[in-house]
Design a protein around this ligand. Structure first.
Ligand SMILES: Nc1nc2c(ncn2[C@@H]2O[C@H](COP(=O)(O)OP(=O)(O)OP(=O)(O)O)[C@@H](O)[C@H]2O)c(=O)[nH]1
Ligand SMILES: [Mg+2]
Length: 630
């Protein structure tokens, strides 16, 4: 049986194609175009950090499976994400078949760098097609590539592709259709790659370029001219700071109108439901439990989308690696690698992709430090918490001659506090680990381009979907659970407090208040902290439910900010803000840290140090605020 199986497989198996190439050459864009998938595409190296599989059918009706892989400059991997690519191509991954053919994707405007990998992969002896991607840009820049000659020199089919244009993949599909239905070829071992010295490979690249590429009236690269300003030692950092500042201003000022619309709609629904039903358990569950909880999280959708709008634009236009360069010196000062910039920036969305993106960091210590501080970056789940408290306590007015919105300014300060403490913690960890010398940052600067509107729209839609699904599932379920725990058992005879005070949640909250009292958190806040462990924004929903149920009298409460501004003192509010800068709230992050570091130890260390920092920071904030008479 063992002898028959491989032959049968060779005839019936769907061929597996691997997309290989340098970082940022358009592999994922091509993968998305071939398969209709929506994997993340962005204009910097190291976007894809995992292997992703998809399938498609060619115009001639042949089925293919296709792999999108992290970009690599060479198959002699130096970073964990490159190792994934090497292992997949070399068939070294347990339980996984090696690819039957390779589509080598290259950036047509940068063949000098890209061809080295092509020559390396060729030594594996697998069937290959070369996709000259970004030929649109090459044409514009007057770079002429003789593909017939190139095909001859390389001994493989060469096709032009434009991965970001509809139909830009057709030539590749045609080439794949023409590939013979051969039985699986066994690749040469990976060691074949290193059989030829690098210098010799470089010489070969130069020879091929001389033979196949000409640069007609090259007008000079526009990106370089832009970089004269963007990377300028004085203007560069000013521009970066101005950009960041603009983002936080926009988060507040642009969001005001849509937020009012959402909260108006939630209130209207609450009033409608409340009017339809007589007071009772079901009405309380619907109005206070669900609308009060879910509604108070939902209003933050516009702010989250505005934040992501900026992140997506910056990612797509090519600015991020420049920012990494500008900050390399600062980051080096605390012992971080400049490469940590992109993982840390991703953590503004959520610490989980941030922790995973640390795979692009070569040095294991640098990688560990980056992982350990990633959750200090303000993730988007904290935004609702910050925004709620700011809206309740910070007046919405302009300062500095009408230029700066005070609420936006406070938000900016909170984000900044996260960054500064991350730097501080990195410095301390590096001290413990023993410093290694700072390695210079080697990062490819991509060409600038305008953000693709479709990409942007899809990215925002994905974000909205993630948020709404969370609101509709985790948050909704927790709100219902919390409502039960907060409603039973009811108040005893002659109760002086609202019923929630005597409920199970109320008892838990009062017990926790013993620990958190010294930092200003009353029992109601303590109730909200517990479900906030699942996801930070749940804390806002929980506050919504808790305070809706704490209302005495008959009025229905679905708008949280005015209630908390009455119930909390300013020191309490500031203390809670300080808590959320540091608190290790989210269990999902801790479990990813365990997976990525391969040890539960670091997850515990992270939770421990963040908890200690949170408590200390809140304590100091609370006491100082009281002492100052706030
Ligand atoms: N003009 C133009 N832009 C392209 C083309 N293909 C990709 N891009 C852009 O190039 C950038 C990189 O594309 P990705 O698909 O993320 O590149 P990748 O090779 O998957 O990158 P890594 O995952 O980091 O290795 C994105 O900004 C794309 O929009 C193309 O054919 N023409
Ligand atoms: Mg990719």
């Amino acid at each position: 049986m063992g002898a028959v199986e491989p032959q049968v497989q060779a005839v019936t198996r769907t061929p597996l194609i691997a997309l290989l190439g340098n970082p940022n050459c358009g592999k994922t864009a091509l993968f998305n175009r071939l398969t209709g998938a929506r994997q993340k595409v962005a204009n910097y190296a190291g976007v894809t950090i995992e292997r992703k599989e998809g399938s498609f059918t060619s115009p001639a009706g042949r089925a293919f499976r296709v792999l999108d892989l992290p970009g690599a400059y060479s198959l002699s991997a130096t970073t964990p994400d490159e190792a994934i690519t090497r292992d997949v191509v070399g068939g070294l991954r347990a339980g996984e078949q090696a690819p039957d053919a390779v589509v080598c994707v290259v950036n047509a405007t940068n063949l000098r760098l890209n061809l080295r990998l092509v020559l390396e992969i060729r030594r594996l002896g697998l069937p290959m097609v070369l996709a000259l991607n970004m030929v649109d840009v090459a044409h514009k820049r007057g770079i002429k590539i003789d593909s017939a000659k190139l095909a001859q020199e390389l001994g493989m089919t060469v096709v032009d592709t434009v991965a970001v244009q509809s139909g830009g993949e057709l030539s590749l599909l045609k080439a794949l259709d023409l590939m013979p239905h051969a039985a699986a070829v066994k690749a040469a071992p990976l060691s074949a790659i290193d059989a030829v010295p690098v210098e010799e490979t470089q010489r070969e690249v130069r020879r091929i370029l001389d033979a196949c590429v000409s640069y007609a009236n090259d007008t000079g690269n526009l990106s370089e001219k832009i970089d004269d300003v963007v990377l300028h030692p004085v203007f560069g950092p000013i521009l970066l700071a101005a950009l960041m500042f603009l983002v936080f201003q926009a988060v507040f000022s642009w969001a005001a109108v849509p937020m009012e619309m959402i909260s108006g709609a939630v209130e209207a629904v609450g009033a409608w439901v409340g009017g339809m039903m007589s007071a009772g358990m079901l009405r309380s569950l619907l109005v206070e439990g669900i609308l009060g909880g879910v509604g108070s999280v939902l209003v933050f959708l516009p702010q989250i989308l505005i934040l992501f709008f900026f992140i997506l634009v910056l990612e797509d236009c090519g600015y991020l690696p420049r920012a990494a360069f500008l900050l390399d010196r600062v980051m080096g000062g605390v012992g971080l690698s400049g490469r940590a910039f992109i993982p840390l920036l991703s953590s503004f969305a959520c610490a989980i992709p941030g922790v995973m993106a640390a795979r692009t960091i070569q040095n294991p210590r640098d990688r560990l430090v980056t992982i350990m501080i990633a959750p200090l970056m303000t993730c988007s789940a904290r935004l609702p918490v910050y925004a709620l408290i700011i809206a309740a306590f910070i007046p919405n007015r302009d300062v500095g001659g009408g230029l700066v919105n005070l609420q936006g300014l406070v938000l900016f300060i909170l984000y900044f506090a996260g960054i500064i403490s991350a730097m501080g913690v990195a410095w301390v960890i590096k001290r413990f680990m023993g410093a290694n010398s700072h390695q210079p940052l080697m990062l490819e600067l991509p060409s600038y381009h305008w953000p693709h509107l479709r990409n942007l729209a899809l990215g925002l839609w994905e974000r909205a979907k993630i948020f709404l699904v969370r609101v509709g599932t985790v948050i909704l379920a927790l709100m219902v659970l919390l409502w039960f725990l907060s409603s039973f058992p009811g108040a005893p005879e002659g109760a002086t407090q609202p019923p929630i005070y005597y409920s199970i949640a109320g008892m838990l909250g009062r017990a926790l208040a013993v620990v958190f009292g010294p930092i200003g958190f009353g029992w109601q806040i303590c109730i909200a902290l517990v479900p906030g462990m699942a996801a930070r924004e749940v804390a806002v929903g929980a506050l919504g439910t808790v305070y809706a149920l704490s209302q005495t009298g008959d009025e229905l409460a679905t708008t949280l900010a005015p209630i908390i501004s009455h119930s909390w003192s300013l020191p309490t509010a500031l203390s809670l803000l300080a808590w959320y800068v540091f608190a290790p709230q989210c269990i999902a992050t801790l479990s990813v840290v365990r997976r990525e570091t391969g040890s539960v130890r670091y997850a515990f260390i992270m939770a421990g140090y963040m908890f200690a920092l949170a408590y200390t920071a809140s304590f100091i904030t609370y006491r100082v605020a009281i002492a100052m008479g706030a």
